[in-house]
Design a protein around this ligand. Structure first.
Ligand code: ADP
Length: 196
């Protein structure tokens, strides 16, 4: 199962990906988590990315593309993946397409977690209070939401025209939302494992 999870900052992509990966038997690949790990480790890539991330802007493609390709080329991602935080703009869509085509693979589904703007903002402020993530400041939250609306949302037209998009209501309990996603994937022929 090659799945992309899309949704505004605060829509719950990371939380739901973590819940889904065991059921689907594929790794959860979060570009945000990978970048934060690079920042924490103080790698050259992390040092370059930090200020851009803290401001809520997109990290440049030259940093991101190599990092993602390297991750997707690892053995555990051969049979599939849940991508969270990538692609985020049309150039990244094209890059992912080219990468998968070369391997004679394709995306199976794109799940969009739909959450009203006010709800996203409220969740990010709550996370800011609880976890103190460096990009959960007022300015960075506004920047991230604007980038989602202007650069990421247009991706939906591209994937929508391929018939692989399911929009899921992202408001409700965590279990309800996981169930909604699982039902959409079931309908596409990707059943959860018996353990689910
Ligand atoms: P959120 O979806 O809440 O904004 P993420 O953890 O997905 O959080 O991403 C955090 C930050 O990491 C982004 O604001 C951006 O700076 C950087 N980032 C993550 N993925 C990408 C990407 N695909 N392209 C460019 N920058 C990215």
């Amino acid at each position: 199962m090659r799945l992309v999870l899309l949704g505004a900052p605060g829509s719950g992509k990371g939380t739901q990906a973590t819940r889904l990966k065991a059921d689907l038997g594929v790794p959860h690949i979060s570009t945000g988590d990978m970048l934060r790990a690079a920042v924490a480790a103080g790698t050259p890539l992390g040092l370059k990315a930090k200020a851009v991330m803290d401001a809520g802007q997109l990290v440049s493609d030259d940093i991101l593309l190599g990092m993602l390709e390297e991750r997707l080329a690892q053995d555990d991602a051969r049979g599939g993946f849940i991508l969270d935080g990538y692609p985020r703009n049309l150039a990244q869509v094209q890059h992912l397409d080219a990468f998968l085509e070369e391997r004679e693979e394709a995306l199976d589904a794109v799940i969009v977690l739909a959450v009203p703007r006010d709800e996203s903002i409220a969740r990010l402020h709550k996370r800011a209070a609880e976890q103190g993530r460096a990009d959960d400041t007022n300015d960075a939250i506004s920047a991230r939401l604007a980038i989602y609306e202007n650069e990421t949302a247009p991706i939906l037209d591209v994937y929508g025209s391929r018939g692989i998009v399911d929009e899921i209501d992202g408001v409700g309990s965590l279990d309800e939302i996981t169930d909604r996603i699982a039902r959409a994937l079931d309908a596409r022929g990707f059943a959860r494992s018996a353990a689910a």
